[in-house]
Design a protein around this ligand. Sequence first.
Ligand SMILES: *Cc1c(COP(=O)(O)O)cnc(C)c1O
Length: 417
Amino acid sequence: MIDLRFDQRFDNIEPFDEKIWLSSPTMHGEELKYMEEAYASNWMSTVGIHIDKIERQLAEYVGVKYVVALSSGTAALHLAVRLAGERLYGTPQAGIGSLAGHKVFCSDMTFGATVNPVAYEGGEAVFIDSERDTWNMSPEALEYAFRRYRDVKLVVYAHLYGTPGKMRQIRKICDAHGALLIEDAAEALGAVYCGISAGNFGDYAVFSFNGNKIITGSSGGALLTNIEEDARKARKWSTQSREEASWYQHEQIGYNYRMSNVIAGIVRGQLEYLEEHIKQKTRIYQRYKEGLCDLSVEMNPWDVENSKPNFWLSCCLINREAMCESVRSEKEYLFVHVFGKTCPDEILEVLKEFHVEGRPLWKPMHLQPVYRNHLYITIDGEVSTDLFHRGLCLPSDNKMTEEQQNKVIKIVCRCFE
Ligand SMILES: *Cc1c(COP(=O)(O)O)cnc(C)c1O
């Protein structure tokens, strides 16, 4: 344990009075106005003008024909996975998942919510390693996986931390193997690759409006697709699969996944500030890049020529030569500090002492006990395992001032002393 009182590296630095967050909601006022409109008109449920409005706005912004506003990004992923499953393998009987008995290629380094819906539908996630260039799923490893497991027809791909993956290559590989692509763009709203918005590459794509995303509805999500029939199905499934009849008639399994008009009001207000948030996040990233340039670290990389990330979270990777000895068990860690070296767990512990929130990178799915018996495809060493070992997310809150960020940078620098 770090004890600031006895650690000379941190002499003369005081903890922050107010906590510096990793990424917290940033409200502007319009959100409240639209919520009040919903209240005043009594459209307080899952129908209303805010829902219609944000569906149209998102469709136009991303360039996709249909958007269905839902209760969460996870709900959107579940519907996307079921739509893909039924399209590929037909409609199953009630109680049997649409992917039962089928393998699905999934990003390995991501949030569990990306891949859990495959299990909801009875599928078997096969994890594909990351690439060094963007930390997203490696196109080469995906191509290898398709050659190794020839009957796989579905890919679930996540853009990490707002950095778009190499979607032209990924799309081409999926097309060549006749596979559908689900794009988890939960972290990447507003990011662009080759002039095309994240969310416009998959057969189905997903956004999240969870509280720590680049814009938020407090919760919420959206499903995007160009397939009219599937948009209609998603809408129906999300509202308990009611048939048009005077009583509750059900021909399919349904869910309670629709977004509320109140939440949609918040999202509507936030959408007006998306570009501003991206600008703020970009500046935060640039300041870290400059402030940490003398340390033996790299910032999270992106395809500088072709992509424009939304810089949702700034992350850094400690170079191997600057890593002190450290080990992690399932839930605990140990490290031995030596001069000039540190590790993510030490930096995170120090930040916490100063009242600053950081986070390890996503723990790869193939290392999660719940998925431990699943396949993991890697062609270049275990890239995702290595990133997890050496990387961390730095506080990237929109409301962090330049002064506060300079202090965070100073604290991180001192960890290397
Ligand atoms: C946040 C997130 C989700 C889940 O979104 P919720 O709205 O919280 O359900 C899914 N995938 C990724 C990559 C995320 O970061």
